[in-house]
Design a protein around this ligand. Structure first.
Ligand code: FAD
Ligand code: DHB
Length: 386
């Protein structure tokens, strides 16, 4: 088998890249370890920057997103028992959209299957070979048979635990990492959202976030211990903690419960030879700033443009700058996600001084339009060219 781009992973990064390449007339093979129903049911991120929405629409996979996505013009910051609205649209002229990651994945899987180009689910033993040469290959096994595809380029879109980053020589990779001493317990519940906009709450018991998937589905998160056992959170305890931290909550049948670890992580560079990493394969942000999926989209925009220049015109300049261009944005977004996390969580080792500084920063945000604007312009998404 031969293709121009071998794509490992059918998450948002791999699927969007496949779609953008298809629109540019570039062939690819997508390999995914899990089943279609697994990736379409996996509940993860839910908030899209305006630039991500525009990118999905331009890529031809935004029709349902435009119909069903919930556009939000603001958010609430809650602390000391009071909520304060940040008017994102008034401050930036831009808005964000709530649309479940798995819905975007469903749309992109459908678009991919419609193209007739290959997307293989439930592949095993994926391995990357000869990535430093101009004829890399990927091998995998499926139904007990070993298969191989010869590529011009490999895109490692296989998330944090995938084989692509591990295929880069360890001596060229620099890794920057911070693991936070807490996690989020997230639930999806059959209950109308308690407020039409998101609520980010700082409380003495810990952070809480009220978000949603529709007018009838609430998505709620609570700061918990990093090794938290969800079984220790029976529904009654969960609702009580949410009510305490958010001020109010609408209860309903809990459809899903899970713990998300909190980590900041960057691997540099994002390219070695003909292997390019995109999305969570290269970086992880703590979810407080809602940036994981948006960063994956931003990487893929750059990668698709670089590969289009290469395959259509033989240009390598943008490929050579891929890592540098992406990392400029990634580090700004890392900083923002780390800052939002520090602003809103309870750090068990914080002394009274740090606690006072945290409250002062929240109070400053409420009283300074300049501070709110800085938050808002990063939350709605920095422009792609800075
Ligand atoms: P992924 O979505 O991880 O896709 C990678 C794909 O590669 C997966 O489908 C995986 O199955 C596949 N793969 C892995 N190994 C192999 C292999 N060996 N061979 C073939 N395929 C392979 N972000 C937020 O902003 N808010 C949130 O609330 C939020 N919650 C999250 C909850 C969880 C549990 C996780 C893991 C992430 C969450 N994120 C959240 C982050 C966000 O979902 C990611 O940033 C986003 O999915 C990145 O997309 P990606 O395509 O780079 O990686
Ligand atoms: C969602 C998740 C986030 O981490 C966030 O900051 C905002 C929204 C969500 O799942 O909707």
């Amino acid at each position: 088998m031969r293709t121009q781009v071998g794509i490992v992973g059918a998450g948002p990064a791999g699927l969007l890249l496949a779609q953008l390449l298809h629109r540019a007339g570039i062939d690819s093979v997508v390999l995914e370890a899990r089943s279609r129903s697994h990736i379409e049911g996996r509940i993860r991120a839910g908030l899209l920057e305006q630039g991500s929405v525009d990118t999905l629409v331009e890529a031809g996979v935004g029709a349902r997103l435009m119909r069903e996505g919930l556009a939000h013009d603001g958010l609430d910051l809650r602390f000391d028992g009071r909520s304060h609205r940040i008017d994102l649209h008034a401050l930036t002229g831009r808005r964000v959209t709530i649309y479940g990651q798995q819905e975007a994945v469903k749309d992109m899987v459908a678009a991919r299957l419609e193209t007739g180009r290959p997307l293989h689910f439930e592949v095993e033993d994926v391995a990357l070979h000869d990535i430093a040469t101009d004829h890399p290959q990927i091998t995998w096994s499926q139904d007990g048979v070993t298969r191989e595809v010869h590529c011009d380029v490999i895109a490692g879109c296989d998330g944090f635990h995938g084989p692509s980053r591990a295929a880069m020589p360890p001596d060229i990779l620099r890794v920057y990492e911070r693991v936070y001493p807490f996690a989020w317990l997230g639930i999806l519940a059959e209950a109308p959202p308690v407020s039409p906009e998101l609520i980010y709450a700082r409380h003495a018991d810990g952070f809480a976030l009220a978000t949603m998937r529709s007018s009838q589905l609430s998505r709620l998160y609570l700061q918990c211990a990093s090794d938290e056992d969800p079984a220790l959170w029976p529904d009654a305890r969960l609702w009580e903690a949410l009510r305490t931290r958010l001020g109010a909550v609408n209860e309903g049948n809990i459809l899903q419960k899970g713990v998300t670890a909190m980590r900041s992580f960057v691997a540099e560079p994002m390219r070695h030879g003909r292997l390019f990493l995109a999305g969570d394969a290269a970086h992880i942000v703590p979810p407080t700033g809602a940036k994981g999926m948006n960063l994956a989209v931003a990487d893929v925009r750059v990668l698709a443009a670089a590969l289009t220049g290469f395959f259509h015109r033989g240009e390598t300049a943008l490929m050579d700058r891929y890592s540098e261009i992406c990392l400029k944005r990634i580090w700004k977004v890392q900083r923002f996600s780390w800052w939002m996390t520090a602003l809103l969580h309870r750090f068990s080792d914080a002394d009274p001084f740090e606690h006072r500084v945290q409250v002062a920063e929240l109070d400053y945000l409420v009283h300074s339009e300049a501070a709110r604007t800085a938050l808002a312009e990063q939350y709605v998404g920095l422009p792609y060219d800075i």
